[in-house]
Design a protein around this ligand. Structure first.
Ligand code: CMX
Length: 162
């Protein structure tokens, strides 16, 4: 009997915590679209022929993002961009991810209409683990911030604003 009451109380507490994290009222960030998919490759030069010659997508920009230790190549696919990410150093987070046997889609980036700073504050308030506590500059001069995959259903999530 005592055990049943304890289990019921535990369930109530767990549900209450879930509501606090995910069902907070009011603010909900405004996402307009998926800005880009980040795709990790060991070599942009080797990957591009697939995207160009098989999928028919044009690469319109190549940019090195020094602080992230990556070279990026951007392709447009309708409204959504594909960002190929090639590590430029063994210390690159992309190189480490590839070295663990991963490849392909590395992160999903959402375009936030009402600002990355607001979205970060909202996520923080909802208990989401932030990688970046404040927006910073990313490729294409966008304001960006990352959320940790452990808080986001296993999807490394980037928030961006133009
Ligand atoms: N997607 C999903 N899960 C991921 C992941 C990814 N891309 N990268 C790491 N993880 C998971 C790992 O599998 C690991 O899980 P387990 O503990 O269950 O094994 C966990 O996250 C921690 O991973 P880690 O290897 O111990 O930690 P790292 O030191 O590699 O850091 C992360 C991981 C996400 C914090 C780091 O990659 C980061 O800060 N990313 C944001 C910046 C970034 O990705 N820059 C490159 C792109 C730049 C650009 O787009 O311009």
């Amino acid at each position: 009997m005592v055990l049943i009451i304890f289990a019921a109380q535990l369930k109530i507490i767990t549900c209450t915590q879930r509501q606090n994290i995910f069902n907070q009222p009011n603010i909900i960030m405004k996402i307009s679209h998926i800005e880009h998919l980040g795709i990790a490759v060991q070599s942009i030069e080797e990957a591009l022929p697939y995207f160009k010659e098989v999928l028919g997508l044009e690469c319109y920009a190549v940019e090195v993002v020094e602080d992230q230790k990556v070279k990026t190549a951007f392709l447009k696919c309708g409204e959504v961009k594909l960002e190929l990410l090639e590590p430029t150093s063994p210390e690159s987070t992309i190189q480490k991810w590839l070295d663990k046997g991963n490849k392909g889609v590395h992160h999903v980036a959402f375009c936030i209409e009402d600002g990355v700073a607001n979205a970060l504050a909202e996520c923080d308030g909802k208990g989401i683990r932030l990688i970046d506590k404040a927006p910073r500059k990313g490729a294409e001069n966008l304001n960006i911030a990352f959320l940790h995959p452990k808080s986001t259903c296993g999807i490394l999530t980037e928030l961006c604003e133009h």
